[in-house]
Design a protein around this ligand. Structure first.
Ligand code: MLT
Length: 243
């Protein structure tokens, strides 16, 4: 299996249409997606564009939909929820379609909507995604971080490194690291793996969240490793289900 990692959507070479993609946004979109599906949401439908989200969500019965949205880490006005994995409780999300737009994570997803297989990953479901890749045995995998407005993020690289570490430890077949971004991500994982929360808090987006208010529960949730067995999987364009 050949794996490459790109920090943000804009780094993916123009015209490249990946076969299998794994989108990562540890703080917090892909953690929230994993938690929402784990807590019984029917699906999470993702949008880079808020107007499009509002238009599409109206096609869904109001009693069965929730709008999740964040810009700059803050909940969007008029939306039911922001982007905290703590808020997507079973009570709120069970059986509902979640319409979601975030600053960076949903943009990365949009870049690879056309992949034949598209999964989302965070630290919380790293093992589940790793096992899925070992089962499916794709020849090439594109790991795509979300970063912040086009710039590198520490926590997404950490998660990319954690996935490769898992694959290297558990695969009977050759795992090939294709680009330097992924070698660096693996080194980052080796450095921080005993203090994941410390890494998240050190990251610039972690510091942004701290400036916005108390996000201790978010940090705790987003830094959990291998706690959820869900692999959010695209079955319709932009819509993630738990298979
Ligand atoms: C994003 O997509 O940029 C993030 O998930 C932002 C956040 O922490 O809400």
């Amino acid at each position: 299996m050949d794996l490459s990692y790109f920090h943000v959507a804009g780094d993916v070479p123009h015209g490249m249409k990946p076969n299998t993609s794994v989108v990562i946004d540890v703080l917090r979109a892909t953690t929230t997606i994993a938690c929402a599906l784990n807590n019984g949401a029917e699906a999470v439908q993702t949008f880079a564009d808020i107007n499009e989200l509002e238009k599409q969500s109206l096609k869904w019965p109001s009693s069965q939909r929730l709008l999740l949205g964040e810009r700059g880490g803050k909940k969007l006005d008029g939306f039911d929820l922001g982007n905290s994995p703590i808020d997507v409780t079973p009570n709120l999300v069970k059986g509902k379609r979640l319409f979601m737009s975030t600053t960076n994570g949903t943009r990365s997803l949009e870049r690879v909507f056309e992949s034949n297989s598209l999964f989302t990953m965070s630290l919380i479901n790293r093992r589940a995604v790793g096992l899925k890749l070992l089962l499916n045995k794709p020849a090439n995998v594109l790991l795509l971080g979300s970063g912040w407005e086009g710039a590198y993020s520490l926590e997404d690289s950490l998660a990319a490194g954690s996935l490769v570490a898992f694959l290297l430890e558990n695969s009977s077949e050759k795992i090939r690291i294709v680009n330097d971004e992924l070698s660096a991500a693996l080194a980052l994982w080796s450095y921080w793996k005993e203090n994941i929360e410390g890494c998240l808090r050190k990251s610039t987006h972690g510091q942004r969240l701290e400036r916005l208010g108390n996000h201790d529960d978010d940090f705790l949730c987003c830094s959990q490793l291998d706690k959820i067995n869900i692999v959010p999987t695209q079955r319709e364009k932009g819509v993630l289900f738990s298979p």
